[in-house]
Design a protein around this ligand. Structure first.
Ligand SMILES: [Fe+2]
Length: 127
């Protein structure tokens, strides 16, 4: 049986281009959470090598289960019937979420590279 933890890679996003970067600010009663890949070291965004999706989970302190805040898919990676040209579209791997909660906990960002698999970052959400 596969240990799920071994399926996720993790590293400091400042030295590893795949690790999701989670940034939080508070405004108008919401926590605004930006999750991106490649902030310090750009990740390739080509037809053959790109980030497919980012997901954000919130695990309140003391709770058994996490909540899925949302998931963003990135669906344009330079595909074109005529081949790459100036009209080709590349979706950047950035997700923006807004959430409300009355509990502190952990924000968990997941990302998926079509070549290098699943990546995970976690930060504390302190109220
Ligand atoms: Fe990759």
């Amino acid at each position: 049986m596969t240990d799920m933890n071994t399926l996720f890679q993790s590293a400091d996003w400042k030295s590893e281009k795949h690790a999701p970067v989670i940034e939080v600010s508070k405004k108008d009663g919401y926590y605004w959470v930006d999750v991106s890949v490649g902030k310090e070291i750009a990740h390739p965004n080509t037809t053959t090598h790109h980030i497919r999706w980012i997901q954000l989970l919130f695990h309140p302190d003391g709770s058994k289960f996490p909540f899925e805040v949302g998931k963003v898919t990135f669906d344009a990676h330079g595909e074109s019937p005529e081949g790459p040209d100036t009209s080709t579209v590349f979706t950047e791997p950035r997700g923006h979420f807004a959430l409300k909660t009355g509990k502190p906990g952990k924000l968990i960002g997941l990302s998926y590279c079509n070549i290098h698999g699943l990546w995970r970052s976690t930060i504390n959400l302190n109220l």
